[in-house]
Each structure stands twice: as structure tokens, then as C-alpha cells.
Design a binder for this molecule. Structure first.
Ligand code: ADP
Ligand code: MG
Length: 315
């Protein structure tokens, strides 16, 4: 199969949206953006054996490669529009490509994010996706807006994906149903795009959790030049994590990577309105877990003990 046929078959999708003037097939894409909007863009690379175990199903790789990028847009309060895909493949395997493009396309359609171009090369398996979204001018959420007294909130539950990864890499034991659940959380994270829309009018700062709760909270705190007190007893844990010994569950929750939940801050005086609002529009997935303090870069727990911020690092 020739490279051009491969692109046509798996990556040239029907149903070109109105905001794509030129999509896959020309030298570059031409995209339409409204005058009152800003473009928000981010890129993430996915390398086999580094970002996912070598035997990860292709459909999950397609899903996750886009999901982690959409999660970055959600963290910025942006709505997804387009993405490009740089794909490096060791060989052409049609079954693998069919599964990969299905995983990618299903999530792309669910989140109304359209593939407008890319690059296809030969080499060790690696996937780079650059995502583009839009936000009304001046409305983007950043890491730097949190202030002492703001309340810290979280979507979803922590540590599931890390438990799933441990079960794959090191045979960490989980009950059968819990193992399936945690591995699904690892392979098929849900970008919190709906929650992002609910949060955007209220939040002072936001970040998505990719390298571990404490480490990513630390990034938000550094950018905002403040500290945090976390109520560790209140951290949301799935049923699967609640069955683990408490110290292990807490370690997975605080330091495990790949959660792709949103961590954000709300000013205290907006709390009543925010809580009313999320009860109406949310799915019960949003919970307060702490408060922002004056103590720059310090994270303490409910007993005022310092929490160690080391999470995942590539180097
Ligand atoms: P050029 O050599 O001019 O860069 P390419 O042969 O790389 O062109 O790509 C041809 C067209 O196919 C371009 O529109 C490019 O964006 C698109 N394309 C290439 N690879 C992919 C891919 N993996 N996914 C989506 N579009 C792709
Ligand atoms: Mg090219």
C-alpha cells in the first residue's frame, strides 16, 4: 500500500465542516476563525514503550493520543475544532491502521474535532497530534490565576490509570472487574470537555492532571505564586481504589500519572453560585478537595504535614 492510499483510506474523512476551507490533500490546511475568538493550540507526542505499553490495542492508542490533547484544551477552557496528525509507523499493517483510525475518529466525532492534515513517515511507532481550539477573546483559563483563599476543585477520581498501568507492567493485583475498569481509565481517558464549559465562567486557574495530582497542582501553584492545603481524606477515589490498602491507594491518587482530570480554583465568594450551577449541569463528577494558601509552592494536608510533589518525569 502506497503512503497516499494509506492517507486517503484512513485519514481523509468525510463531512468537512464549514470552518475548514482546505483539509487533507493539499500542502497545508486553511481554517476559518471568528474575529472575536482566539486560537488555542497544543501538541503531544506518544511513543510506544514510553507513553503506552508496546502491546496497547491500536484503537486505544488512537483514542488516547487525541484524548490527552483534548484534555489540554479542556484545561484552557477552549472548545476543540481541528487537529493534525504526524504518524510514524514501522510498517503498514492494515488491521492496526483500521483500529487506530477508528479509535481516533470516534473520539474526534464525539468532540467535534476534525482531522485537517498531517505527515506520515516510517520509523519506530510514534504519534504526534497537534490540536487546535477556540475560546472567546480573553476567556482562556490559565495556570496562573489562583489566589489565596480560592477553593480547589477536581473532576473525576484519582489514581485509577496508575493502578491500571501497575497491573499491566508489574502484575499489581486487582479484582477482575477493577482491573478492567482501571485499565480502561488508563487506555481510554475521557477529556473533560463538558466540565470545562461549566467551569470556565467561574474558575481563576485550571490545569489538567497528566503527571500526578501533587506534581500538577505544584505547577499551578508555581504559576500562581501560592500554596495549597489538601484534604486528603476527601480526595475522590473510585470503588476500585477504595478496595486497596489505604497507603497504596493514597500513593496512586497523589502521585500516579495519566488521570486526565481537571484541577481548578474558584473564588470563595462564587462558591454558592458555582455549586448550584454544577448541580444543574454536571454529572456529580466535581468535588472540592482543598484551598489555596499564601505559602508559595507548599502543599500541606489536613494535619499541616508537607506533601512531597514528585510525580512522573521523563528525565
Ligand atoms: P507534503 O509532502 O506536501 O507535505 P504529504 O505527502 O506529507 O505532503 O501530505 C499530503 C497531504 O496528506 C497533506 O494534506 C497532509 O496534511 C496529509 N497527511 C499526510 N499524512 C497525514 C496523516 N497521517 N493524517 C492526516 N493527514 C495527513
Ligand atoms: Mg508533509
Amino acid at each position: 500500500m502506497h503512503e497516499f492510499d494509506l492517507i486517503q483510506k484512513y485519514f481523509n474523512w468525510n463531512g468537512l465542516p464549514a470552518n475548514v476551507s482546505v483539509g487533507v490533500g493539499d500542502d497545508a490546511a486553511v481554517l476559518e476563525i471568528a474575529a472575536d475568538e482566539q486560537l488555542v493550540t497544543s501538541i503531544d507526542t506518544f511513543i510506544s514503550g514510553v507513553h503506552f505499553p508496546h502491546d496497547t490495542p491500536a484503537e486505544a492508542i488512537g483514542h488516547k493520543a487525541l484524548a490527552v490533547n483534548l484534555s489540554d484544551l479542556a484545561a484552557m477552557g477552549a472548545s476543540p475544532q481541528w487537529f493534525t496528525l504526524a504518524l510514524t509507523l514501522p510498517e503498514i499493517r492494515q488491521n492496526w491502521l483500521a483500529d487506530f483510525s477508528r479509535g481516533l475518529k470516534t473520539l474526534a466525532q464525539e468532540s467535534a474535532c476534525f482531522l485537517v492534515g498531517g505527515d506520515t513517515t516510517r520509523g519506530a511507532l510514534s504519534i504526534s497530534i497537534q490540536v487546535m481550539g477556540v475560546v472567546k477573546k480573553g476567556q482562556a483559563l490559565t495556570r496562573s490565576g489562583a489566589r489565596a483563599g480560592d477553593l480547589i476543585y477536581l473532576t473525576g477520581t484519582l489514581g485509577d490509570a496508575h493502578a491500571g498501568l501497575e497491573s499491566i507492567l508489574h502484575g499489581f493485583e486487582l479484582a477482575a472487574g477493577d482491573k478492567a475498569y482501571c485499565q480502561k481509565r488508563l487506555h481510554r481517558p475521557t477529556p473533560r470537555l463538558q466540565q470545562s464549559e461549566l467551569i470556565r465562567p467561574f474558575a481563576t486557574a485550571c490545569i489538567d492532571l497528566s503527571d500526578g495530582f501533587l506534581q500538577d497542582l505544584g505547577h499551578l501553584l508555581s504559576a500562581s505564586r501560592c500554596g495549597a492545603q489538601i484534604n486528603t481524606a476527601e480526595l475522590p477515589l473510585s470503588k476500585a481504589l477504595q478496595t486497596l490498602p489505604q497507603d497504596i491507594a493514597m500513593q496512586f491518587a497523589l502521585s500516579g500519572g495519566d488521570d486526565y482530570e481537571l484541577l481548578f480554583t474558584i473564588p470563595k465568594n462564587k462558591q454558592p453560585e458555582f455549586e448550584k450551577y454544577i448541580k444543574k449541569g454536571g454529572d456529580g463528577l466535581i468535588k472540592q478537595v482543598g484551598v489555596i494558601t499564601h505559602h508559595t509552592d507548599q502543599i500541606i494536608d489536613e494535619n499541616k504535614q508537607l506533601l512531597d510533589q514528585a510525580g512522573y518525569s521523563h528525565f
